[in-house]
Design a protein around this ligand. Structure first.
Ligand code: PMP
Length: 352
């Protein structure tokens, strides 16, 4: 069949996310979802919106963009929304990166960047992280085609300071710099405060983690209106109605419930700190995390086997086969009860 495939299809190696076993007895700590349900206001808004599903959604998602803009203290023309931040990132690759010019991102970082690079024919260089898994800032100076990096980084969870991000922006005044802040609400501060100073800075975010809306697929970008205009142009060339009515209404309601957001985020950060201690007590080395997951390694255990054994006991965590990190596990921060169970099962496995 491959003879019928386009050259684009043939050169693409898709990214397969972690397993989606959604049986209630499974403790799912493998894809960095939020363990808490969304704000009740999201459900109410979606319920109301169901009666309007005969109508097309707003192609510009005005209500949602306005709610995000208010929260970020930015004008609404600085906001773009799409179907998950994965789609925001795909549109960004198309809007800002050119096939003739090499872009840079860290090695190790989000596995989707090489996928999009290959799909859109963008040459890329990976800048190795330092021994400590922090960014090598010098490696990002004068990138020919632009830069994309996650902050906090994934899957390490390590946060780069705003001074570091500023250094990258100063060294790349004329190229797009995309900071993927999928996990920023568990860390902070956000690079969004630099948008007024740097018109080449695009910050991408998601409602999948801190807003408990992974199932609704809503991501967004913040940046100078010139960048937002480019994203809108690309979006309108694919599907002007990229976000459906339920997603727009549900996400807007979530952005208008800051109290719920603050409470659940705070709880996750507290559980994260507790889980660091629990894993440390079991002999794990845990990287300093500013996200809703922990990246850790055990000197006496094979990470891949550990992952399999946990799965056998009903707990999903993530293992990556990439050489430098193959000894590590990435564990999403769940509820206190889930992390207690993880810790108990791990101690049983390790003691055998
Ligand atoms: N960026 C990073 C660094 C991520 O880890 C993820 C989630 N896997 C995303 C973007 C995409 O998130 P979503 O498409 O759910 O908004």
């Amino acid at each position: 069949m491959n003879r019928l495939w386009s050259e684009m299809t043939r050169r693409t190696e898709p990214y397969i996310p972690g397993e989606q076993l959604n049986r209630p007895e499974i403790i799912k700590l493998n894809t960095n979802e939020n363990p808490y349900p969304p704000s009740p206001r999201t459900g109410e808004a979606i319920q109301r919106e169901i009666g309007r599903l005969q109508l097309y959604p707003s192609p510009t998602a005005d209500g949602l963009c306005q709610a995000i803009a208010e929260r970020e203290n930015l004008p609404a023309d600085h906001v773009f929304v799409a179907n998950g931040s994965d789609e925001v990132l795909a549109f960004s690759f198309m809007a800002f990166f050119d096939p003739g010019q090499t872009i840079r991102f860290p090695d190790i970082s989000y596995s989707f960047y090489p996928v999009y690079s290959k799909l859109f024919n963008i040459p890329y260089e990976e800048v190795p992280l330092r021994e400590s898994f922090t960014l090598n800032l010098d490696g990002f100076a004068q990138a020919e085609g632009g830069i994309i990096l996650p902050n906090p980084n994934a899957p390490t969870g390590i946060y780069e300071s705003l001074d570091g991000i500023r250094e990258i922006l100063e060294a790349n005044p004329d190229r797009p710099v995309i900071i993927d802040e999928a996990y920023i609400d568990f860390a902070g501060p956000s690079a969004a405060v630099l948008i007024g100073e740097y018109d080449n800075l695009l910050v991408t975010r998601t409602t999948s983690k801190s807003r408990s809306l992974a199932g609704l697929r809503v991501g967004y970008a913040l940046g100078h209106p010139g960048l937002i205009e480019a994203l809108v142009r690309i979006k309108d060339s694919f599907n002007s109605y990229t976000l459906d009515r339920l997603a727009q209404a549900g996400a807007e309601a979530a952005f208008r419930d800051e109290t719920y957001f603050r409470e659940t985020t705070k709880r996750i950060v507290q559980t994260r700190n507790r889980a660091v201690e629990q894993l440390g007590a079991l002999g794990f080395r845990v990287l300093p995390s500013s996200a809703n997951f922990l990246f850790c390694t055990h000197p006496e255990a094979d990470a891949e086997k550990l992952c399999e054994k946990l799965k056998g006991r009903g707990i999903l965590v993530r293992h990556f086969s990439k050489p430098r990190i193959q000894d590590y596990l990435r564990i999403t921060v769940g509820t206190d009860e889930q992390m207690d169970r993880l810790s108990k099962v791990l101690s049983e496995i390790l003691c055998k």
